[in-house]
Design a protein around this ligand. Structure first.
Ligand code: ADP
Ligand code: MG
Length: 556
């Protein structure tokens, strides 16, 4: 039997938003907010987070205050709400004084159901908030509160006083960043330790995950398209220039493609978008500027011409295909040249360490030797037990051996180091390395010191990466990339779960230490080619022969 509150909820959904049913997790989240409890909602982009506070804002008495980081986003959402007959407004520093005064008055009069505020502008409305009825606080893009996040916004840290000032008002924090440390950070910073956390699945089982070496990409793409008729698809490139070049190539081969990037006028861009949406132009060759707010259900494939900067971006971009639930093919071209270029972009920036760690994780995904979906979902903190059967690795698996013992050694080293150390130190400890960093911390006395002496550094590193990709270990990017154990690691340690590891091709070529930079560069190129050649020979998407860390190792 449905209670009247439930009826209200469905009425509101239909009347104001025009939907018949909730998307996964929306209803549970909304129930928690309606019960005036604190909530953390983690959903992938496009998962429908906005509704989780907009609907309760309508159902509850008072005004909902929405903290949102982007002025453009705020305006879009408020426009959409108004179009649905909901009284909403936004307040930020881009508005003229008169407009601001008008909004403050509406707020004071309690005539708004929702007010969107930039975190920096919160102090300006705060004095009014104390005198009116507030239904809830929604903190959108809540990962901005985490000081190590790529989107860190200092003003978000002031939100830590909300709970103190308005202890009776429920808070809902929303984000698409799902790793455990971020979640914990959000709860701590907002002082909502008892918040109920909802994590929607990030899985998109209808997307085929495919990674191939990046040589002869254009030819590979033409082969790929030859079998796909006029299906809609998106090709993401890193630079404006390459979008135009590739679009021209495709057109010259009889495909209908248009380039899209931030260098075009907004009119040109909206024309191209419309053509794509109406199936006039089936293929868009774009920079990452393309896609935000594009809601096309029948995109059948997405190609990454270049390696994305991080897994979040990659996930978002492949997620634009197969929205109708039908099969879609996603193809990532992986080349070390891209890695080198992306590294250069990151170097010297304020968040260099963080960006490089994320890039390395992206690279590891591309080089995965076990189910890619496991790796992808594991990255977002979601752990599946079965291989997906819908990725290139599942289709052509490498040779595996029972690596449970090795996995246990690595996990127990991480545990004994109290999850405080990054991969390099964990490996040093396992290998029993006699260096100053190890001795300074007294690690030579812990129990796993030297436990994997018999395995080469390089192989051990590969195994650890495989454990990351299998969701046994996780990287805490927020603090210099220390390693964490996942629930799966505990199962491995307690013999409840076996681990398969892929064989590592032993050192193929003895590389001598080379001191001159030019020769080093030559060497690097040679190894790169070798690695890619091997990757193709064994018909694997990519295969680590020498990780770049190992390369650096050789250089010293
Ligand atoms: P997020 O903030 O999680 O990225 P949005 O709130 O912007 O996602 O919603 C993404 C899309 O899903 C929007 O187009 C929105 O209108 C749509 N949407 C939200 N809830 C529903 C629903 N219950 N049924 C159908 N579509 C929905
Ligand atoms: Mg959103």
């Amino acid at each position: 039997m449905e209670t009247s509150a439930q009826l209200d909820k469905f009425d509101l959904l239909k009347t104001f938003f025009g939907y018949d049913k909730f998307l996964p997790n929306q209803e549970e989240i909304i129930n928690n907010v309606l019960a005036q409890k604190d909530t953390i909602a983690i959903m992938p982009t496009g998962g429908g987070k906005s509704l989780c506070f907009q609907l309760p804002a309508l159902a509850l008495e008072g005004t909902a205050i929405v903290i949102s980081p982007l002025i453009a986003l705020m305006k879009d959402q408020v426009d959409a709400l108004k179009a649905n007959g909901i009284s909403a407004a936004f307040f930020n520093s881009s508005q003229p004084y008169d407009k601001q005064q008008q909004i403050l008055k509406e707020l004071q009069d309690e005539s708004l159901k929702l007010l969107y505020v930039a975190p920096e502008s919160l102090p300006q409305v705060n004095f009014i908030l104390k005198s009116i009825k507030i239904s809830l606080f929604a903190v959108d893009e809540a990962h901005c509160i985490s000081s190590w996040g790529h989107d860190f916004r200092p003003a978000y840290t002031q939100l830590n006083s909300l709970k103190k000032q308005f202890s009776q008002v429920p808070i809902i924090a929303l984000t698409a960043t799902a790793d455990r440390p971020t979640r914990v950070d959000i709860a701590t910073q907002l002082t909502i330790p008892d918040a109920k956390t909802f994590i929607a699945s990030f899985d998109r089982p209808n997307l085929y995950l495919d990674v191939r070496p990046g040589q002869n990409r254009n030819k590979q793409i033409l082969n790929f398209l030859a079998k796909r008729g006029t299906q809609s698809g998106i090709i993401y490139c890193l630079s404006k220039k390459s979008t135009e070049k590739l679009a021209a190539t495709l057109n010259s081969k009889g495909h209908k493609a248009q380039a899209y990037h931030a260098g075009l006028t907004s009119e040109e861009r909206s024309n191209i978008q419309d053509n794509f949406l109406n199936d006039q132009t089936p293929i868009i060759v774009a920079t990452i500027a393309f896609g935000m707010g594009i809601d096309k259900s029948n995109v059948r494939w997405v190609i990454h011409y270049n390696l994305p900067k991080n897994i979040e971006g990659y996930y978002q971009e492949i997620g634009r295909s197969g929205r109708d639930g039908l099969n879609a093919h996603t193809l990532l071209f992986y080349s070390l040249a891209d890695v080198i270029m992306l590294r250069k972009f990151a170097e010297g920036t304020e968040t260099e360490t963080y960006q490089l760690a994320k890039l390395e994780r992206m690279q590891q995904y591309a080089e995965a030797l076990s189910c890619r979906r496991k790796a992808l979902l594991g990255y977002f903190g979601e752990h599946i037990t079965e291989d997906c059967g819908n990725c290139d690795i599942c289709k052509t698996p490498p040779k595996y051996f029972d690596g449970t013992l090795i996995a246990q050694k690595i996990c127990s080293a991480v545990a004994r180091l109290q999850e405080q150390e990054a991969l390099g130190m964990v490996l040093d400890v396992l290998r029993g390395a006699q260096n100053a960093q190890v001795f300074d911390k007294g690690y030579q006395n812990i129990k796993t010191f030297g436990a994997a002496k018999d395995i080469s550094w390089r192989d051990l590193q590969q195994y650890a990466i495989q454990l990351l990709n299998q969701g046994v270990l996780q990287i805490y990017f927020h603090e210099n990339g220390r390693l964490l154990l996942t629930p799966l690691a505990k199962k491995v340690l307690f013999e409840e779960k076996k681990v398969r590891l892929a064989n590592i091709i032993q050192e193929v070529e003895k590389v001598k230490t080379e001191r001159t930079p030019r020769k080093r560069a030559d060497l690097f190129e040679k190894l790169k080619t070798l690695r890619l050649k091997l990757a193709q020979e064994i018909s694997m998407p990519a295969y680590i022969i020498f990780s770049d860390a190992a390369l650096e190792d050789m250089e010293h």
